[in-house]
Design a protein. Structure first.
Length: 202
């Protein structure tokens, strides 16, 4: 039983496996003006607000420009540099993007500060993104090509977040769209249950 509990403890550590530098970076970002921290640990800042009336559904192809950097500013991927935006649905990308994209509207430009467990986790990504890395992404939502969700039913209208607020905002779980909260909770619960079963605890 002790062995199983130790294995479970190791799993829980991996779930929140952002490295020390990344954890400090995210904590400092949370204190900056205009930065919103969601219950999942995702942080974002609105750089420019669009005039779109809809959010993309989870499976909606969406045209976007983006640039991804490590916390030291190293750029590891950029559609801006390639001169052409990319098209993908929220459910085709890392968890931090999945959550953020469903809160954005056309014309929005956001900067995301993503903990490792909402990005590439302990596996990292090739030689560019090390294990446990926190990441920063700039995302510009250009066009939603699939199903849409009215923006007045989403997070921003309910939360009334002011990007010019004095210090970093923290959104309560009641401010987050139910579908986003449910998807995140289901993913964590499914993984946790699988591990508990593997360990013989369920």
């Amino acid at each position: 039983m002790i062995t199983k509990l130790l294995a479970l403890a190791c799993f829980l550590l991996l779930v929140s496996a952002t490295d020390e530098e990344g954890t400090k970076y995210l904590e400092e970002k949370s204190k900056e003006d205009g930065v919103v921290t969601l219950p999942s640990g995702l942080r974002y800042k609105i750089l420019e607000s669009g005039d779109g009336a809809f959010h993309p559904a989870e499976n909606s192809p969406t045209v976007a420009h983006y640039e991804g950097t490590l916390i030291d500013g190293t750029v590891f991927d950029s559609s801006y540099a390639r001169g052409s935006p990319a098209t993908f649905a929220p459910n085709q990308v890392i968890k931090g993007w999945t959550e953020a994209m469903q809160l954005m509207v056309e014309g929005d430009i956001w900067e995301l500060y993503i903990p490792s467990d909402l990005a590439y986790g302990e596996r990292g990504a090739g030689s560019d993104i090390p294990p446990g890395a926190a990441l920063t992404f700039k995302i510009e939502m250009i066009e939603i090509q699939g199903d849409k969700v009215p923006a007045d039913a989403g997070f921003l209208a309910d939360a009334g977040v002011d990007p010019d607020a004095g210090e970093g905002e923290t959104a309560s779980s009641s401010d987050v769209p139910f579908s986003a909260s449910l998807n995140s909770a289901a993913a964590v619960l499914g993984t946790f249950t699988s591990w508990m079963g593997f360990l013989g605890l369920f």
